[in-house]
Design a protein around this ligand. Structure first.
Ligand code: CS2
Ligand code: MG
Length: 412
């Protein structure tokens, strides 16, 4: 199986997506997601200008060798652009190998370790009534775990509140929050940590009294707190028994989590902006997190993320793969196949894509009883309709950024 064609397909049905499609000399195709939100074209160039010329003529069956070749021969290692490009090649090759074997990819990865994948949905609201309404909508959709994001009095617009952006999904339900806004410049948002720290525990108190103690509840602090503020938040949320508190503090300095861990037993999830195992070494070895948040698309593909999760398993740390709308249906399918096969699966994030996106990407995953399953099609189970994709050219879009009241740029 020799790779004799490699295409980088950019489309923007409901948002921008970058997809690599590899075709072998015997006509098998494989897809890989290379979408890096707000910086999509950098990965397109990395693939088109530097990687694609190296793939033509290679043996499609040598996945590990191709991974090592792309990682080591680049000389410049790691980083979001490189690891998204390598991820796309890796997943496309796994798709081809599973198709050649005539089986769904999870079977090639060792078979199913469970009947389906518990997934969480995004409930949000500017205020409690809107939030409660969103929780009820997600329970009606079958979600058995829910992420709670709330507006903060005094702040105009903050991360995660769906009412800020609307796109109709297949099910006609309001589209979850799409952070990247189309336009020539990133939107500026305001932030006040003390107001947030005062307000959030009251939100969880209200949600627990409205929906009871059982429902698994998650929250994303989205990298905005210092370690001691994160410790304080984790402790103040302990009475509400969160499934996890995510990205409580920027984790470039992995040591920062020691301070958080010292003060709270609220489970911690980190890693969606990480790209390699080296970003996790200390926080896994020192048991400073409970969930690995990396997505296949941003962490060097199935080949590399599986190694991170195998490392994490030694410390009883589980997966909590990133699954927002900027992970394409191809990246999502890869996450579902890997998640079904590994033992230390924790939970899967599931934001529904828009109706146009579902036209461009034909998918075979299933959603029932609050569980996702990748389906039984050979390979990933996703096909890309090139003509449909061609209808939606790339549109510049940026993630917002934050400024504090005194004008200081802050983590968004
Ligand atoms: C978020 C993402 O889903 C999440 O947990 O952190 O929505 C994140 O903001 C986007 O993926 C950024 O592109
Ligand atoms: Mg997050």
């Amino acid at each position: 199986m020799i790779i004799d064609r490699a295409e980088v397909i950019v489309t923007s049905p409901d948002r921008n997506f970058v997809t690599l499609r590899l075709t072998t000399d015997d006509g098998l195709t494989g897809l890989g997601d290379a979408t890096l939100n707000g910086r999509e074209l950098s990965v397109v160039s990395y693939l088109r200008d530097h990687v694609v010329p190296l793939l033509i003529g290679r043996d499609a069956g040598r996945i590990e060798d191709t991974w090592q070749f792309l990682y080591r021969s680049a000389y410049w290692r790691r980083g979001p652009v490189t690891m998204a490009a390598i991820a796309a090649v890796d997943v496309a090759l796994w798709d081809i190998k599973a198709k050649a074997a005539g089986m769904p990819l999870y079977q090639l990865l060792g078979g199913a370790s469970r009947t389906g994948l518990l997934a969480y949905g995004h409930a949000s609201g500017q205020d409690l009534p809107e939030l409660f309404d969103s929780v009820r909508k997600h329970l009606e959709l079958g979600f058995r775990a829910i992420r709670i994001q709330s507006g903060v009095p005094g702040l105009k617009s903050i991360y995660g509140i769906a009412s800020n952006a609307t796109v109709e999904t297949m099910a006609g339900v309001r589209y979850d929050h799409e952070p990247a806004q189309r336009g020539a410049r990133p939107a500026e948002e305001d932030w006040d940590t003390r107001a947030y720290l005062r307000h959030l525990p009251t939100v969880f108190e209200a949600v627990r009294s409205e929906f009871g103690p059982e429902l698994p509840l998650l929250h994303d602090a989205h990298h905005r707190l210092t370690p001691i503020q994160a410790a304080k938040l984790g402790r103040s949320l302990e009475p509400y028994d969160l499934f996890w508190l995510e990205d409580c503090t920027p984790a470039e300095n992995q040591e920062a989590l020691r301070l958080v861990r010292r003060h709270t037993v609220t489970p911690l999830a980190i890693g969606e902006v990480f790209n390699t195992v080296w970003d996790y070494q200390q926080i896994i070895r020192e048991q400073l997190i409970d969930y690995v948040r990396s997505a296949v698309t941003h962490t060097g593909g199935i080949t590399h993320l599986r190694k991170i999760l195998d490392f994490a398993a030694q410390y009883q740390i589980k997966s909590g793969m990133h699954g927002p709308t900027d992970i394409s249906p191809v990246g999502m399918a890869a996450a579902l196949h890997l998640g079904l096969a590994i033992h230390n699966f924790g939970i899967q994030e599931y934001m529904q894509h828009g109706a146009r996106t579902d036209q461009v990407f034909q998918q075979s995953f299933t959603w029932s009883g609050g569980l996702l399953h990748p389906g039984e099609q050979p390979g990933l189970g996703v096909e890309l309709d090139t003509d449909e994709a061609g209808k939606y050219p790339y549109e510049q879009a940026y993630l917002p950024f934050n400024r504090l009241a005194d004008g200081t740029v802050h983590d968004w």
